[in-house]
Design a protein around this ligand. Sequence first.
Ligand code: ADP
Length: 251
Amino acid sequence: MTPSLEVSGLAYAYPDGTQALFGVNVTIGRGERVALLGPNGAGKTTLVLHLNGILHGGAGTVRVGGLTVDPEDRRTLREIRRRVGIVFQDPDDQLFMPTVREDVAFGPANLGVTGAELDRRVERALTQVGMLHAADRPPQHLSFGQRRRVAVATVLAMEPEILVLDEPSSNLDPAGRRELAEILTGLDVTMLMVTHDLPYAAELCPRSLILSGGVIVADGPTLDLLADEPLMRAHRLELPYGFDPRAIASR
Ligand code: ADP
């Protein structure tokens, strides 16, 4: 089966000369849930911004569901942006319409989806995140956790090949965090989750990548990586007090 994501030899320097990525190779199979871990400045954002062609111009290739990201080709880029659904850290960056329903309809409507098909997409996406009951409410009347779930729905309505989540657990209370985890693990979609929340990575993602200094320094089962103390220390990754990945692994 064609992988959802294939990043090959990706290198990139910002215009000021800062080299942020040095030949990154990553393949993510369809349906996998993968965490992208790494200290600040590792290159995680730079990598994510290459997945849908926001950043480009360095070496290497990115393929999404077999289609190569080509920032020069507007039609390809449009399809790539549909295939790569990025959920930003702040849901308010993604919600700007008078009602939840209109926010979720916005993306597919822009692609030309109309009528009964548009209604089906919106209802399906809102049902997937448990927010159909709020379809006619203004997003700003919802709790932060509910707004994040609606932000996920805006991306699901595009029927993406891969869902990319930037710090999905940030600013959530414990109940909101658990609800989102249940929703995300129940989705039948490929997922790449950028996070500093290592227990959340352990709970949601069987596999993790550690990006550090612009290179992938580890790629393997999340619990194995988190239990590797020298690896964790070398890349400034710290488990919260009392969290023991070996105890989870032996359950
Ligand atoms: P992370 O998301 O892992 O914290 P980033 O991808 O933001 O890492 O940054 C990777 C490297 O690129 C860092 O050295 C950072 O300072 C640098 N960088 C990020 N954005 C820019 C920019 N716009 N111009 C120059 N350097 C940048």
